[in-house]
Design a protein around this ligand. Structure first.
Ligand SMILES: [Zn+2]
Length: 78
């Protein structure tokens, strides 16, 4: 069974479907049991879709979105 940290580290590969069949199964098994990782991947996918829709001149804003998400995830845990 994958750990949450492993799933989040695979994040962009999961979104881009770059995983092997075996790894994908392991991720799916984890997601079926773990609402936290489901939420994380949903946010990641939404962010990726938003970024793809932005015109190139909007890039600084896209970077800001990534920064905001990362700050939230790295924030204090208590
Ligand atoms: Zn998890």
């Amino acid at each position: 069974m994958l750990k949450c940290r492993e799933v989040t580290e695979l994040g962009s590969e999961i979104i881009d479907r770059r995983l092997s069949f075996r790894t994908r199964l392991a991720v799916l098994a984890h997601l079926s049991l773990c609402p936290h990782c489901r939420l994380y991947l949903r946010q990641l996918r939404l962010t990726a879709e938003t970024l793809q829709r932005l015109p190139p001149e909007e890039e600084p804003k896209a970077t800001a979105i990534f920064e905001a998400i990362r700050r939230r995830q790295d924030g204090p845990k208590d």
